[in-house]
Design a protein around this ligand. Structure first.
Ligand code: CS2
Ligand code: MG
Length: 403
């Protein structure tokens, strides 16, 4: 007789930062968890799950992952978007966790087995100025990283994305978004100097990455890509807002700097042209915000046809559940590129238990059945939700801009 879903509940907790987790339990005593965290809009997904999705899950066959995905995607009528697709992702990853546990195998085996033993990852180095950023790079090198993202403050700007050392992490608990300030001309003059300094100090072999974080217009993005060519970046990320996929035709035509995009994408439709026209080199859409394993596998397979590799988003506002499941996906996926790896707040280890490991710049997933991450609900209850916001950003004249 087929197993049945008998319970599902949403766990909102804030061990250092807010996380939303869905736990699904079956009649046969299996359980699985999925991440539903949408930074700055967490309760929207919690309610979408608790008030609208969970009632429809009870009694369903937990093994029918594809049918459940289609049921939640087509059945909602209102399709796509980060809230809907994060909710679907949480159900999907929890069901894949259960199926792998039922099969008694680590998730990567269920997906098709190992394509590699370990996964190249990158961490975040940053500093208020170039010298501080270089010292931060040196610190990550000492930890064994072979790929490092570098962000630095821009002279004249007080608060910009990615420079925590100047003002702390921008998504700690607060009642209103903090406001950043931006000036593209100052940034475009300054950014190449960051990588000139990095190559001069660290040489040619270190993989250097940079996140432009959606703040440039297409021709400005092309300018930055050209100016960074001498420094041979591993990738330049989110160089211009990608709702306008066609904008990347301009950028691609003018620079050979590798391009990565997609952490804000939530379906294959957001990146279809970018992939099929080979306008990018890495697709960053990841499990928690793009409909889970069932949908991201379709994105990865399309990308494989066009020479585009995966480069999953892995910031610390994606819970350990996403990191754990992503590493199993990374181990299987043939067109793997790199995995972003941010260290979660210390308190997160009181709530989540995981079994991945980091060694010599590489990440290793665990071998236990499922994705290898569990949640301690008693500990989770000790960290109540507190509203938090991502920054907003303004140009020097006050115009609201991309953060
Ligand atoms: C960034 C993220 O990691 C990245 O590449 O773009 O830090 C992003 O700003 C956050 O995940 C947003 O919540
Ligand atoms: Mg990014």
């Amino acid at each position: 007789m087929a197993d049945r879903i008998v319970a599902a509940r949403v766990i909102v907790t804030s061990p250092g930062r807010n996380f939303v987790t869905l736990k699904i339990e079956t009649a046969s005593g299996l359980s699985g968890i999925g991440d539903a965290t949408l930074n700055g809009r967490e309760l929207a997904v919690a309610s979408y799950l608790a008030d609208h999705v969970v009632p429809t899950l009870i009694g369903r066959d937990p093994a029918a992952i594809e049918d459940t995905w289609q049921y939640l995607y087509r059945g909602a009528y209102w399709r796509r978007g980060p809230v809907t697709m994060s909710a679907i992702a949480a159900v999907d990853v929890a069901l894949w966790d259960i199926k792998a546990k039922a099969a008694g195998m680590p998730l990567y085996q269920l997906l098709g087995g190992a394509s590699r033993e370990s996964m190249l990852c990158y961490s975040h180095a940053n500093g208020a100025d170039i010298e501080a950023a270089m010292d931060s790079v040196a610190g990550h090198l000492a930890q064994g990283y072979k790929a490092i993202r570098v962000q630095a403050g821009v002279p004249g700007l007080k608060r910009i994305y990615g420079v925590h050392s100047a003002h702390g992490d921008s998504t700690q608990h607060q009642d209103r978004p903090d406001e950043g300030d931006w000036d593209t001309a100052s940034y475009l003059r300054h950014a190449p100097r960051i990588f000139e300094a990095a190559r001069a100090r660290f040489g040619e072999e270190l993989h250097l990455l940079h996140d432009a974080h959606h703040r440039l217009l297409p021709n400005e993005a092309a300018r930055l890509g050209q100016d960074l060519e001498p420094y041979r970046l591993f990738w330049l990320e989110d160089v211009t807002p990608a709702e306008n996929q066609a904008a990347f035709r301009t950028v691609r035509a003018k620079t050979t700097t590798p391009l990565a995009v997609g952490e804000v994408f939530n379906t294959i439709w957001d990146c279809q042209a970018l992939i099929t026209e080979q306008l990018i080199d890495y697709i960053r859409a990841t499990l928690v915000h793009a409909g889970g394993i069932t949908h991201v596998r379709r994105i990865a397979d399309l990308a494989a046809l066009y020479g585009v590799r995966t480069g999953f988003h892995g910031a610390s506002d994606l819970s350990p559940v996403t990191m754990g499941a992503a590493l199993h996906f990374d181990r299987w996926v043939p067109n793997f590129g790199i995995q972003e790896y941010s260290i979660h707040p210390n308190e997160a280890a009181e709530v989540f238990q995981w079994n991945w490991s980091f060694r010599d710049g590489m990440l290793h997933c665990g071998e236990t059945p499922g994705h290898g991450v569990e949640i301690d609900e008693t500990a989770a209850a000790k960290f109540p939700y507190r509203r938090s916001y991502l920054d907003v950003n303004r140009l020097q004249d006050g115009t609201l801009w991309n953060w």
